[in-house]
Design a protein around this ligand. Sequence first.
Ligand code: NAD
Length: 485
Amino acid sequence: MNTAHSLDLLQAAGLPSVFHLSINGKLVDADRSFDVLNPANNKVIAQAPQASAQQLEEAIQAAAQAFKSWSALSWQTRSDYILRYADALEARQDELITLLTLEQGKPKHSQAKSEVEAAIYWVREVAKREIPVQVIEDTAEHVVEVHHTPLGVVGAITPWNFPVLLGLWKVAPCLITGNTMVMKPSPYTPLTSLFFGEIAQSVLPPGVLSVLSGGNELGQIITEHPAIAKISFTGSTATGKKVMASGASNLKRITLELGGNDAAVVLADADWPSIVKPLFWAAFGNSGQWCIAVKRLYVHSSIHAAFTAAFVEYAKTVKVGDGMDQSTDLGPIQNRMQYEKLIDLFEDTRKQGYNVPLGGVIDQSLAGNFVPITVVDNPPENSRIVQEEPFGPILPVIAFDDVEDVIARVNASPYGLAGSVWGGDRAAAIAVAKRMETGTVWVNEIHIHGIDIPFGGHKLSGMGVENGQEGLAGFTNTKSYMFKK
Ligand code: NAD
């Protein structure tokens, strides 16, 4: 591996070339380290420290110790700390954006920038939210109130597709509600999390947020550890099931944000030329490596051919390349494991002889994990490309005739993350959306998120929610107080 070349790249971008674990307020090294690759060329960009089980233990014990004083602070004091953290992140946001592109691949000027900006906005806004005490009864004789109390140490485990946003989505609500956190990012994208962990040590009390990189085994230790009260996990459904099983040992509270196979349904009366572009980005943004990407696009048969032709024409204007290049619209696949899975899915699509009006062939001679934008025209409902979550830039555009039939096909999925419906008759579109078995639905728009909007999956897409009052409450125990006057 060409380490020297890549460290030069970090230095040229004004970035640190050495990354540390953050444990109990200190930046520490590990005895071992592992390579972090730039997916645009598979060169090493840096070494990440591989935390030992002993270091993880130290971080968990420090978080348990810090919990005593952090949870005793007033809500306002914790909010002030978190607002200072948002300011400190903002002061380093350019570095965070560059680092995100280098380790994750997404284009620096667009998707990396918006991920980092959204994450900082989230930290700042969540710091202003509260869970009010609910007064159930207040009579001359009796008071009944419902309070929310912090849980203790939270273990956060994050994936590689949105490491900054999904990581900080967990940090802010966890800390404002009075918990402390030990975070383990994906081994594919540890650098941005180590970086925001390092920034945290300059503003937060020791032990309140520790970030440790390492392999999957660290995640498993976190899920089994008796001193961890809750796991906040984002990742695949397969790993989510393991997290739930090992969390059972001490009945951990568990929030799981898992995979999806989101459908978009374009009804016959949709103003379809105006939605080609938003639906393209809804499917291919972040090169399809997105839990809520549109992964099945159902279009009414009366407009299917015209829609697909226009969709393909628009797709041809989009450039796939190195995210550091200003002209790039979509970056590479983040890691080789996912790239190999896509090779297998592309091979199946080719072998089955489906009609592929765009893309379809992965050039494996390229140094980076580049996969072409691929559209599969009307494959059968039981094909792998319709039934599986590809997590890459390949989309089936499927024709349907009957609304009842398409609703049944959409809901036949074991996943239930999100979905969208597009149509001219708003009431009819809403009626279809209401029947989707998903945690989120959008009508004539897509991918709207908000601090106050709960987000979570039904069925195999997860358990519990992030964001909104429910998301905050998910970091707490409910406690009923009763006082005789
Ligand atoms: P993954 O499940 O392989 O890994 C996620 C994290 O779990 C990583 O940090 C990994 O090191 C850790 N891990 C692996 N094995 C573990 C174990 N036995 N115990 C504890 N932790 C363990 O997922 P990924 O490949 O990083 O992410 C892609 C998946 O994430 C996709 O399925 C995608 O749909 C899903 N995702 C969901 C959301 C959502 O909000 N619903 C958001 C982003 C991604």
